[in-house]
Design a binder for this molecule. Structure first.
Ligand code: DQA
Length: 148
């Protein structure tokens, strides 16, 4: 049986749609999840799509992805810039990992240039808004050698 694709979202991403729309756009996380579901449906690959504000829960889910997923797409939100625990969890994985951000953190405040996800990821997609999730799904399935 084919393993699911995991898409994990970190803190404050539950607020997409209303949170700083000039930076993150107006698309809600529920709408992003629906479009990822629609996109992946034809491949027959199950999708696990989750969001948490808790760092420990995110680490638990990254570990779970390591056991269960064909690939991981991770928008770690602000934990990208602060969490050695996320970095360590990602380094324990042996599956494709795509780092994702709606905005381009490198073009924002200086503190966002510290990044604990990118050095442990296979690839990074930044600055393309909600569309980045579609691109990430396509590329995650390709990296996992899944025909679509
Ligand atoms: C973000 C970028 C992070 O710097 C920020 O803390 C977020 C969202 C993005 O998707 O652009 O919460 O991950």
């Amino acid at each position: 049986m084919t393993k699911p694709l995991y898409i994990l979202n970190g803190p404050n991403l539950n607020l997409l749609g209303t949170r700083e729309p000039e930076i993150y756009g107006t698309t809600t996380l529920a709408a992003i999840e629906k479009s990822c579901e629609d996109q992946i449906a034809k491949s027959g690959i199950p999708l696990v799509f989750r969001q948490t504000n808790a760092q420990g829960e995110l680490v638990d889910w990254i570990q779970e992805a390591g056991r269960a997923a064909c690939a991981l797409i991770l928008n770690a939100g602000a934990y990208t810039h602060s969490s050695i625990a996320v970095f360590d969890a990602l380094n324990a994985l042996s599956l494709p990992v795509i780092e994702l951000h709606l905005s381009n953190p490198a073009a924002r405040e200086a503190f966002r240039r510290t990044n604990y996800v990118a050095p442990a990821a296979t690839a990074s997609i930044c600055g393309l808004g909600a569309k980045g999730y579609q691109i990430a799904v396509t590329e995650a399935l390709r990296l996992a050698n899944i025909k679509t």
